[in-house]
Design a protein around this ligand. Structure first.
Ligand code: IMP
Ligand code: MG
Length: 179
């Protein structure tokens, strides 16, 4: 692929790690109904791979789409909800599925917002984590891989809406955004 500097996490490593996370989630939520919430659009490949491997009888899925005004124009630090959940989460065990936790801003705001709806529990599962970039403290219960401070693409992650379809996680060539 043209924009890819190098492959960071190949397909095989991704699928092995997703399997491990699914096993852990299966054990942790044994005998409980679980609602997993994918954050659009980046979580789609991870969500699809993960939830087919979670062996719980009472497993439901839903999706949300949010955008943060983290950088630039609006500095209020709030989230804009583009698509809200279809279901009421009060009293439910909820697990958010994300592509990457970077500054932590998006998820920390989302968590605050969803906690107001009184779920029984609210946890986070992300396939990628960039700990070096964190500015907002946040607990992330399930992490696939820590990645270095580079712009990563693939397995759901985009640059300008492209590259989400790559089956691996790669580093974007600097020349793609430093023009
Ligand atoms: P946060 O609010 O800074 O944690 O940002 C989270 C969102 O920023 C993610 O859901 C991604 O959409 C996007 N993001 C952060 N880092 C990257 C990256 O390296 N590649 C692609 N998207 C990223
Ligand atoms: Mg994005």
């Amino acid at each position: 692929m043209n924009g890819v500097e190098k492959i960071l996490i190949d397909e095989e490593s991704l699928s092995k790690r997703v399997r491990e996370l699914a096993q852990q989630i299966t054990e942790d939520y044994k005998d409980k109904p679980l609602l997993i919430v994918g954050i659009l659009k980046g979580s789609v490949p991870f969500m699809a791979d993960l939830f087919r491997l979670i062996q719980l009888e009472d497993l439901a899925i839903d999706f949300m789409s949010v955008s943060s005004y983290n950088n630039g124009t609006v500095s209020s630090g709030r989230l804009r909800v583009i698509k809200d959940l279809d279901v009421d989460i009060s009293g439910k065990d909820v697990l958010i599925i994300e592509d990457i936790v970077d500054t932590g801003f998006t998820l920390s705001n989302l968590k605050d917002m969803l906690n107001l709806r009184n779920p029984a529990s609210l946890k986070i599962c992300t396939i990628l984590n960039k700990p070096s970039r964190r500015t907002t403290e946040i607990d992330v219960e399930y992490i696939g891989f820590d990645v270095p401070d580079e712009f990563v693409i693939g397995y759901g992650l985009d640059y300008d809406e492209k590259y989400r379809n790559l089956p691996y996680v790669g580093v974007l060539k600097r020349e793609m955004y430093e023009k």
